[in-house]
Design a protein around this ligand. Structure first.
Ligand SMILES: O=c1ccn([C@@H]2O[C@H](COP(=O)(O)O)[C@@H](O)[C@H]2O)c(=O)[nH]1
Length: 599
């Protein structure tokens, strides 16, 4: 039987504030449609979300306001429910498609592999024909080689209850690692196109810009400026993602953005009041527009609370059916099959790196020395480099299942190497990967090696890097050692009768610190480097003369320039396969042989 997620605990809640137009927003779900089986706070599944949405649409009708459901991409890669089937997504496209989504767009994970792009084009785009928007994404038809829009460039529609006219756009950031059957048109270039120039002159009551774009990245700002120049008083709502964080950004009094986290932990809520229907002339300058936001922890207790329905009435027949689809799919994929038992929690950013409870230290010190070995080269000293972005999630103490392998790293990258690199040259590579700078061309920005949370950080997350040249990554403070990204401002002395809070997100954004629906005590998050490295087989007495330089193939574009800068003249001809296995396989194999007892 499928393991039940532990029941969520009731916590103090902040209510949703409704406006004339309201949004429910998901992003970067990465296949987590079954919810979090090991974390009660995020244990609601896609079926529960459908039940919730149905109640909320009814509520909106009763209030005479509008509700729009939005998803901003990265629906794939990162959970056994998607990655565990052949072909990938056999179950998830159908399950996701059960939700009535009003606006959706593409993320970069829909674009890494040709077959993912094709499935998006053949399954998701036609299923959401009216709501899928691809403002800057084209598809190359395999039959003809023609370059066509992946979906409509924008939509214009009237809302159900208030009859507001909306122009909606759907962007992806200027992503350049997409597979060859797609073309991402840079945002600035897109905005010069005739269709875009007409769209922003449609005179709607509200612009909705959905995008797989981090709120602190340049693209939304560029779009805001161009729309605002042509529409001085029209409200603009941005719904973003990609950075895997809860965040809200104010562009001006009438333009506001939210991002709604990652992995279906969060359902974002944005509401807008003060929207004025356009008369023949344009909207009045005096109209005061207010934006509110809430980050909903995705669990049934909280969803019931916000829907205002009794526990017994929460699950709708449709929602219940979708939950059953999920349970059946997980069973068919054997996702709960136990591979081993983790003796402790291992964290990506909730523990310092290096440390006993850092997942990166565990990989460096235990997994890689043992599991990344080419038998023919086993006697050679070696350095093995992994980008931290290759790891996607924490490991919890207890059962480590088939599903866990995909949660931790779903990617198909394997391990390549250059043999016999002089150690004096090879040892400098990791430093360059972690310090970035002018060694690499602009498109090889080393931030793309790191975890999404660190790529375009919110100013509320922590300090910017102290200098561009030091070898520590963002959020590190070189003078004091590693600092938490979120200050722990709880008072540990328990001298009052207030209930103990459950730890969780305590988001700070442009609107303040009251965005999260559940009042939590803070969790500390620590910065991680762009890459980590394992040293294996080094002689005890002195440094080795030469080493095999091994790296996960995602990092390959950075390796040659880093070697060049360090005095090593190599090109891609010098690179060959070291281990024909993915990181997912490597971890699963190691767990199976080492974590054999305990649960
Ligand atoms: O094959 C891959 C693809 C991606 N990565 C890492 O993931 C981030 C992007 O993550 P998002 O979920 O899109 O935000 C990328 O920058 C890499 O660090 C990878 O390691 N291997």
């Amino acid at each position: 039987a499928q393991p039940e997620a532990p029941a969520p605990v009731a916590v103090p809640m902040r209510d949703l504030e409704w406006g004339q137009i309201n949004f429910l927003h998901t992003t970067d779900t990465h296949g987590w449609l079954g919810g979090h089986l090991q974390e009660a706070q995020y244990s609601a599944d896609w079926g529960d979300y459908i039940s919730f949405t149905e109640h909320m649409r009814k509520k909106a009708d009763e209030k005479g306001v509008d509700l729009l459901v939005v998803d901003t991409g990265d629906r794939v890669e990162g959970n056994g429910l998607y990655d565990g089937s052949t072909p990938k997504g056999n179950y998830t496209y159908g399950i996701f498609g059960q939700q009535n989504v009003d606006i959706l767009c593409t993320g970069n994970h829909e674009l890494y592999q040709e077959d993912t792009i094709t499935r998006e084009h053949r399954i998701t785009v036609p299923h959401f024909k009216k709501s899928y928007i691809a403002s800057n994404l084209d598809y190359i038809e395999p039959e003809t080689g023609n370059q066509i829009p992946q979906a409509q460039r924008y939509t214009k529609f009237k809302t159900k209850n208030r009859g507001y006219t909306i122009v909606a756009l759907g962007f992806i950031f200027d992503f350049d690692r997409n597979a060859n059957n797609s073309v991402v048109i840079p945002v600035e270039e897109t905005m010069k196109k005739e269709w875009f120039q007409s769209a922003i002159r449609e005179k709607p009551d509200l612009f909705v810009v959905s995008g797989h774009v981090g709120l602190r990245m340049k693209e939304f700002e560029q779009i805001f400026k161009v729309i605002r120049d042509a529409n001085w008083y029209t409200p603009i709502a941005f719904l973003g993602g990609h950075a895997h964080v809860r965040d809200a950004r104010k562009f001006d009094d009438k333009a506001f953005a939210i991002a709604s986290g990652r992995y279906f932990e969060t359902i974002g809520w944005m509401s807008i009041d003060g929207i004025q229907k356009k008369s023949k002339d344009s909207a009045s300058a005096e109209a005061t527009v207010t934006f509110k936001r809430r980050y909903i922890d995705n669990n049934v207790l909280g969803l019931q609370h916000h829907a205002g329905v009794h526990e017994a009435d929460f699950l709708t027949p449709h929602g219940r059916n979708v939950s059953k689809m999920i349970t059946d799919a997980r069973k068919a994929l054997n996702l709960d099959h136990k591979i081993g038992c983790s003796p402790k929690d291992l964290w990506m950013t909730r523990a310092q790196y290096p440390s006993d409870t850092s997942i990166f230290s565990w990989l460096e010190n235990e997994v890689f020395p043992d599991a990344i070995v080419n038998k023919e080269r086993a006697d050679k000293p070696r350095l093995t480099i992994l980008n931290t972005g290759a790891i996607r999630f924490d490991i919890f103490k207890g059962a480590f299942t088939k599903d866990s392998t995909y949660l931790i790293s779903p990617f198909t990258s394997k391990f390549n190497y250059i043999p016999n690199v002089p150690y004096d040259v090879a040892k400098k590579v990791i430093q360059l990967l972690n310090s970035g700078g002018s060694v690499f061309e602009a498109e090889l920005n080393t931030k793309y090696l790191s975890i999404p949370e660190q790529m375009a950080p919110s100013p509320f997350l922590g300090r910017e890097p102290a200098s561009a040249t030091h070898i520590l990554p963002q959020f590190f403070d070189t003078s004091n050692g590693q600092q938490p990204l979120v200050a722990d401002d709880t008072d540990d002395t328990d001298d009052n009768d207030e209930p103990q809070l459950v730890s969780g997100y305590t988001t700070k954004d442009d609107l303040g610190d009251d965005g999260d629906d559940a009042v939590h005590s803070p969790i500390k998050f620590y910065g991680v480097p762009n890459c980590v490295q394992s040293e294996v087989g080094f002689p005890e007495a002195a440094d080795p003369e030469t080493v095999d330089l091994i790296f996960i193939d995602y990092v390959q574009p950075w390796i040659i320039p880093a070697l060049k800068f360090s005095g090593g003249d190599y090109d891609t001809d010098n690179i060959t396969v070291y281990l024909n296995a993915t990181l997912t396989d490597v971890i699963a194999g190691w767990v199976e042989t080492h974590w054999t007892e305990g649960c």
